[in-house]
Design a protein around this ligand. Structure first.
Ligand code: LIP
Length: 291
Protein backbone atom coordinates (compact mmCIF):
# COMPACT_ATOMS: atom_id res chain seq x y z
CA UNK A 1 0.00 0.00 0.00
CA UNK A 2 1.41 3.46 -0.82
CA UNK A 3 2.53 5.69 2.04
CA UNK A 4 0.48 8.80 2.85
CA UNK A 5 0.91 11.92 0.63
CA UNK A 6 3.50 13.19 3.13
CA UNK A 7 5.64 10.28 2.04
CA UNK A 8 5.34 8.82 5.51
CA UNK A 9 3.56 5.51 6.05
CA UNK A 10 0.59 5.61 8.35
CA UNK A 11 0.80 2.69 10.78
CA UNK A 12 -1.42 0.57 8.60
CA UNK A 13 -0.06 1.72 5.22
CA UNK A 14 3.15 -0.18 5.84
CA UNK A 15 3.00 -3.52 4.05
CA UNK A 16 3.85 -6.04 6.77
CA UNK A 17 4.30 -8.76 4.15
CA UNK A 18 7.03 -6.68 2.56
CA UNK A 19 8.83 -6.14 5.88
CA UNK A 20 8.64 -9.89 6.59
CA UNK A 21 10.14 -10.55 3.16
CA UNK A 22 12.99 -8.09 3.83
CA UNK A 23 13.78 -9.85 7.13
CA UNK A 24 13.81 -13.21 5.34
CA UNK A 25 16.09 -11.84 2.59
CA UNK A 26 18.49 -10.65 5.28
CA UNK A 27 18.28 -14.03 7.00
CA UNK A 28 19.15 -15.85 3.76
CA UNK A 29 22.17 -13.56 3.25
CA UNK A 30 23.37 -14.01 6.85
CA UNK A 31 23.17 -17.82 6.70
CA UNK A 32 24.84 -17.92 3.27
CA UNK A 33 27.74 -15.79 4.53
CA UNK A 34 28.07 -17.96 7.62
CA UNK A 35 28.14 -21.09 5.44
CA UNK A 36 30.92 -19.58 3.29
CA UNK A 37 32.93 -18.86 6.43
CA UNK A 38 33.27 -15.44 8.05
CA UNK A 39 36.42 -13.57 6.99
CA UNK A 40 36.45 -10.71 9.48
CA UNK A 41 35.25 -10.51 13.06
CA UNK A 42 35.90 -7.10 14.53
CA UNK A 43 34.99 -5.48 17.85
CA UNK A 44 33.33 -2.19 18.84
CA UNK A 45 32.78 -0.88 22.41
CA UNK A 46 34.84 -3.67 23.97
CA UNK A 47 36.80 -6.75 22.92
CA UNK A 48 33.64 -8.86 23.31
CA UNK A 49 31.31 -6.45 21.43
CA UNK A 50 31.71 -8.21 18.08
CA UNK A 51 30.79 -7.16 14.53
CA UNK A 52 31.15 -9.33 11.42
CA UNK A 53 30.92 -8.65 7.70
CA UNK A 54 27.49 -10.33 7.84
CA UNK A 55 26.19 -7.72 10.31
CA UNK A 56 27.33 -4.96 7.94
CA UNK A 57 26.02 -6.62 4.78
CA UNK A 58 22.65 -7.52 6.31
CA UNK A 59 22.08 -4.00 7.62
CA UNK A 60 22.96 -2.57 4.18
CA UNK A 61 20.45 -4.91 2.50
CA UNK A 62 17.66 -4.13 4.98
CA UNK A 63 18.29 -0.39 4.72
CA UNK A 64 18.24 -0.33 0.92
CA UNK A 65 15.17 -2.54 0.60
CA UNK A 66 13.17 -0.46 3.10
CA UNK A 67 14.38 2.88 1.68
CA UNK A 68 13.28 1.84 -1.81
CA UNK A 69 9.68 1.35 -0.59
CA UNK A 70 9.55 4.07 2.06
CA UNK A 71 12.07 6.78 1.09
CA UNK A 72 10.79 9.28 3.68
CA UNK A 73 11.22 6.93 6.65
CA UNK A 74 14.43 7.30 8.67
CA UNK A 75 16.75 4.43 9.55
CA UNK A 76 18.48 3.72 12.89
CA UNK A 77 20.60 0.58 12.65
CA UNK A 78 23.09 -0.92 15.09
CA UNK A 79 26.02 -0.78 12.69
CA UNK A 80 25.43 2.68 11.16
CA UNK A 81 24.00 4.02 14.46
CA UNK A 82 22.84 7.42 13.25
CA UNK A 83 19.89 8.42 15.50
CA UNK A 84 17.07 9.51 13.18
CA UNK A 85 15.67 13.03 12.89
CA UNK A 86 12.45 11.98 11.15
CA UNK A 87 9.02 11.33 12.74
CA UNK A 88 8.92 7.77 11.38
CA UNK A 89 12.02 5.59 11.41
CA UNK A 90 13.12 1.96 11.26
CA UNK A 91 15.03 0.53 14.26
CA UNK A 92 17.15 -2.38 13.06
CA UNK A 93 19.52 -4.94 14.54
CA UNK A 94 20.73 -6.96 11.55
CA UNK A 95 22.05 -9.75 13.78
CA UNK A 96 20.94 -9.79 17.41
CA UNK A 97 23.09 -12.36 19.19
CA UNK A 98 26.27 -11.59 17.25
CA UNK A 99 28.51 -13.50 19.67
CA UNK A 100 26.33 -16.62 19.16
CA UNK A 101 26.43 -16.11 15.38
CA UNK A 102 30.20 -15.51 15.22
CA UNK A 103 30.81 -18.71 17.21
CA UNK A 104 28.38 -20.85 15.25
CA UNK A 105 25.91 -21.19 18.13
CA UNK A 106 22.52 -21.60 16.44
CA UNK A 107 20.52 -18.90 18.21
CA UNK A 108 20.40 -15.33 16.84
CA UNK A 109 17.85 -13.11 15.10
CA UNK A 110 17.14 -10.32 12.61
CA UNK A 111 15.24 -7.51 14.36
CA UNK A 112 13.25 -4.81 12.52
CA UNK A 113 10.87 -2.29 14.11
CA UNK A 114 9.04 0.74 12.78
CA UNK A 115 8.69 3.66 15.19
CA UNK A 116 6.75 6.87 15.14
CA UNK A 117 8.96 8.83 17.51
CA UNK A 118 8.95 6.84 20.77
CA UNK A 119 6.01 4.62 19.76
CA UNK A 120 6.74 1.29 18.10
CA UNK A 121 4.08 0.53 15.45
CA UNK A 122 5.38 -2.70 13.97
CA UNK A 123 7.97 -5.33 14.79
CA UNK A 124 9.51 -8.33 13.06
CA UNK A 125 11.92 -10.80 14.69
CA UNK A 126 13.30 -13.58 12.49
CA UNK A 127 14.81 -16.39 14.58
CA UNK A 128 17.86 -17.90 12.86
CA UNK A 129 18.90 -20.38 11.72
CA UNK A 130 15.38 -21.76 12.38
CA UNK A 131 13.86 -19.12 10.07
CA UNK A 132 10.92 -18.76 12.48
CA UNK A 133 9.07 -15.44 12.07
CA UNK A 134 7.62 -13.45 14.98
CA UNK A 135 5.69 -10.34 14.01
CA UNK A 136 3.47 -7.69 15.58
CA UNK A 137 1.51 -4.53 14.73
CA UNK A 138 0.34 -2.16 17.46
CA UNK A 139 -3.24 -2.96 18.54
CA UNK A 140 -3.37 -5.92 16.13
CA UNK A 141 -1.78 -8.71 18.20
CA UNK A 142 1.49 -10.65 18.13
CA UNK A 143 2.03 -13.78 16.02
CA UNK A 144 4.46 -16.55 15.11
CA UNK A 145 4.35 -17.96 11.58
CA UNK A 146 4.59 -21.74 11.55
CA UNK A 147 6.43 -23.81 8.94
CA UNK A 148 3.12 -24.56 7.16
CA UNK A 149 2.46 -20.83 6.85
CA UNK A 150 -0.33 -20.49 9.37
CA UNK A 151 -0.02 -17.84 12.07
CA UNK A 152 -0.33 -18.61 15.79
CA UNK A 153 -1.43 -15.79 18.10
CA UNK A 154 1.09 -15.31 20.92
CA UNK A 155 0.01 -15.26 24.55
CA UNK A 156 2.21 -14.77 27.63
CA UNK A 157 2.04 -17.42 30.37
CA UNK A 158 0.26 -16.90 33.71
CA UNK A 159 2.98 -17.72 36.23
CA UNK A 160 2.50 -15.40 39.20
CA UNK A 161 4.89 -16.98 41.70
CA UNK A 162 8.58 -16.10 41.36
CA UNK A 163 9.54 -19.56 42.68
CA UNK A 164 7.71 -21.18 39.75
CA UNK A 165 9.01 -18.76 37.11
CA UNK A 166 11.60 -19.45 34.39
CA UNK A 167 13.46 -16.23 33.63
CA UNK A 168 16.19 -15.04 31.29
CA UNK A 169 18.66 -12.20 31.27
CA UNK A 170 21.85 -11.04 29.59
CA UNK A 171 25.08 -9.26 30.39
CA UNK A 172 26.47 -5.93 29.14
CA UNK A 173 29.60 -5.64 27.03
CA UNK A 174 31.35 -3.83 29.91
CA UNK A 175 30.90 -6.93 32.13
CA UNK A 176 34.66 -7.59 32.35
CA UNK A 177 35.37 -3.99 33.40
CA UNK A 178 32.84 -3.06 36.10
CA UNK A 179 31.03 -4.82 38.95
CA UNK A 180 27.70 -3.30 37.87
CA UNK A 181 27.29 -6.00 35.20
CA UNK A 182 24.10 -7.88 36.18
CA UNK A 183 25.90 -10.66 38.07
CA UNK A 184 24.35 -9.58 41.40
CA UNK A 185 20.86 -9.59 39.93
CA UNK A 186 21.45 -12.89 38.13
CA UNK A 187 22.63 -14.58 41.37
CA UNK A 188 19.64 -13.16 43.27
CA UNK A 189 17.08 -14.68 40.90
CA UNK A 190 19.00 -17.93 40.34
CA UNK A 191 18.42 -18.71 44.03
CA UNK A 192 14.73 -17.82 43.99
CA UNK A 193 13.24 -19.10 40.72
CA UNK A 194 12.78 -22.26 38.63
CA UNK A 195 15.80 -21.09 36.60
CA UNK A 196 17.50 -18.20 34.82
CA UNK A 197 18.74 -18.62 31.25
CA UNK A 198 21.24 -16.45 29.40
CA UNK A 199 20.85 -17.12 25.69
CA UNK A 200 22.70 -14.09 24.28
CA UNK A 201 19.91 -12.56 22.22
CA UNK A 202 17.48 -10.03 23.70
CA UNK A 203 15.26 -10.29 20.63
CA UNK A 204 14.66 -14.00 21.27
CA UNK A 205 14.36 -13.52 25.04
CA UNK A 206 11.49 -11.10 24.38
CA UNK A 207 9.93 -13.39 21.77
CA UNK A 208 10.04 -16.22 24.33
CA UNK A 209 8.25 -14.09 26.93
CA UNK A 210 5.62 -13.20 24.30
CA UNK A 211 4.99 -16.88 23.43
CA UNK A 212 4.85 -17.97 27.08
CA UNK A 213 8.08 -19.98 27.16
CA UNK A 214 9.58 -17.55 29.68
CA UNK A 215 7.70 -15.80 32.50
CA UNK A 216 9.99 -12.77 32.37
CA UNK A 217 13.27 -11.32 31.09
CA UNK A 218 15.31 -8.40 32.37
CA UNK A 219 18.47 -6.64 31.18
CA UNK A 220 20.32 -3.35 31.53
CA UNK A 221 22.17 -1.32 28.90
CA UNK A 222 20.20 -2.72 25.94
CA UNK A 223 20.18 -0.69 22.73
CA UNK A 224 16.90 0.40 21.05
CA UNK A 225 17.44 -2.10 18.21
CA UNK A 226 17.82 -5.03 20.63
CA UNK A 227 14.38 -4.51 22.16
CA UNK A 228 12.02 -2.32 20.09
CA UNK A 229 10.36 -5.17 18.16
CA UNK A 230 10.31 -7.58 21.11
CA UNK A 231 8.85 -5.08 23.59
CA UNK A 232 5.84 -4.65 21.28
CA UNK A 233 5.59 -8.46 20.87
CA UNK A 234 5.36 -8.84 24.67
CA UNK A 235 2.86 -6.00 25.11
CA UNK A 236 0.59 -7.24 22.32
CA UNK A 237 0.79 -10.79 23.78
CA UNK A 238 -0.58 -9.48 27.09
CA UNK A 239 2.68 -8.79 28.93
CA UNK A 240 4.19 -5.73 30.58
CA UNK A 241 7.46 -3.97 29.74
CA UNK A 242 8.94 -1.39 32.11
CA UNK A 243 12.31 -0.10 33.22
CA UNK A 244 13.89 -1.17 36.54
CA UNK A 245 11.87 1.52 38.34
CA UNK A 246 8.53 0.36 36.89
CA UNK A 247 8.04 3.15 34.34
CA UNK A 248 6.88 2.09 30.87
CA UNK A 249 9.88 1.03 28.74
CA UNK A 250 10.70 3.32 25.81
CA UNK A 251 13.48 3.40 23.22
CA UNK A 252 15.55 5.66 25.49
CA UNK A 253 15.16 3.50 28.62
CA UNK A 254 18.50 2.18 29.90
CA UNK A 255 16.93 -0.81 31.65
CA UNK A 256 14.19 -3.27 30.76
CA UNK A 257 11.94 -5.74 32.60
CA UNK A 258 9.54 -7.70 30.37
CA UNK A 259 7.08 -10.04 32.10
CA UNK A 260 3.83 -11.92 31.56
CA UNK A 261 2.09 -8.96 33.21
CA UNK A 262 1.16 -10.81 36.41
CA UNK A 263 1.32 -7.94 38.97
CA UNK A 264 2.93 -10.05 41.75
CA UNK A 265 5.59 -11.39 39.40
CA UNK A 266 6.49 -8.03 37.86
CA UNK A 267 6.69 -6.49 41.31
CA UNK A 268 8.92 -9.36 42.50
CA UNK A 269 11.26 -8.67 39.56
CA UNK A 270 11.47 -4.93 40.34
CA UNK A 271 11.98 -5.51 44.08
CA UNK A 272 14.54 -8.27 43.47
CA UNK A 273 16.56 -6.11 41.09
CA UNK A 274 16.49 -3.26 43.64
CA UNK A 275 17.59 -5.52 46.50
CA UNK A 276 20.34 -7.18 44.46
CA UNK A 277 21.65 -3.80 43.29
CA UNK A 278 21.86 -2.55 46.88
CA UNK A 279 24.77 -4.98 47.37
CA UNK A 280 26.88 -3.17 44.74
CA UNK A 281 29.67 -0.86 45.91
CA UNK A 282 29.52 1.20 42.70
CA UNK A 283 26.72 1.48 40.12
CA UNK A 284 26.46 2.64 36.52
CA UNK A 285 22.65 2.81 36.42
CA UNK A 286 20.16 4.92 38.35
CA UNK A 287 19.29 2.99 41.52
CA UNK A 288 15.98 4.70 42.26
CA UNK A 289 13.42 2.51 44.02
CA UNK A 290 10.64 1.00 41.94
CA UNK A 291 7.61 3.26 41.74
C1 LIP B 1 23.10 -8.50 22.42
C2 LIP B 1 21.79 -8.66 23.14
C3 LIP B 1 21.97 -9.47 24.41
C4 LIP B 1 22.95 -8.78 25.32
C5 LIP B 1 24.27 -8.61 24.61
C6 LIP B 1 24.11 -7.83 23.30
P1 LIP B 1 23.88 -7.84 19.94
O1 LIP B 1 22.89 -7.72 21.25
O2 LIP B 1 20.89 -9.30 22.29
O3 LIP B 1 20.76 -9.62 25.11
O4 LIP B 1 23.12 -9.53 26.50
O5 LIP B 1 25.16 -7.91 25.47
O6 LIP B 1 23.68 -6.52 23.60
O7 LIP B 1 25.11 -7.06 20.32
O8 LIP B 1 24.19 -9.27 19.72
O9 LIP B 1 23.12 -7.21 18.83
Amino acid sequence: MPPTPSGHPTPHAVDLTHVLAVAQQAGDLILAMQARGLQSIGSKSSAIDLVTEADIAAEKLIRSELARRYPAVGFWGEESNQPPDSEFFWVVDPIDGTINFANGLAYFAVNIALNRRDLTLLGVTLELPARRLFFVQRDRGAFRREADGHDVALQVNHTADLGRALLSSGFPYHRTEHEDNNLAEFAYFLARTQGVRSMGTAAMDLANVACGALAAYWEGWLQPWDAAAGALLVREAGGKVTDYQGADWTLTSRTLVASNGQPALHRALLDGIRDARRTLRATLLPTGDPT
